[in-house]
Design a protein around this ligand. Sequence first.
Ligand code: S3P
Length: 168
Amino acid sequence: MVYDNIVLIGFMGSGKTSVGKVLSRQLFKKFMDVDSIIEAEQKSSVREIFEKKGEKYFRTLEQKCINTLTKKTGQVIATGGGLPIYSSLSAKSLVIYIDADFDVILNRLPAKERNKRPLLENEERARALFVERIPIYKEKAHFSVDANQSVATYKHMILDYILDKRVL
Ligand code: S3P
């Protein structure tokens, strides 16, 4: 099967955007970031959307955004951590799970990045969300990569998977 797009999934702060930018350059594909697209379209930050319109509204924006994006081809798409939980993904997307441990994520995220994410505010709740979501990420992914290491190291594993299997 040859896929239209690469879709990166994984928990908040796992590194989807960072590795997505690197992969898109190396594969000569366009990079798209769902959260950034929503923020630009809404002229509002994710945090503001959550506060003013609520999470449910944000989830409808995510589904619309991924539907629109996956009508096109040749992109590396970074999703928000909740997107694969609440939205369906196109069968023509090659889904890669950026799999980092909760504590690694927390230690890696600077306070500024943590503050952008309303669902990371309460550490205990965020940890429970993490545990709840892992099986869903694993089930939706064609390939999981251990992201408890530097992007420079694990990007090769993703590139090898894509190139060896000729899935793109
Ligand atoms: C969310 C993840 C965030 C953002 C929003 C909700 C989630 O994106 O979409 O704060 O539900 O996991 P990142 O995964 O880029 O942090």
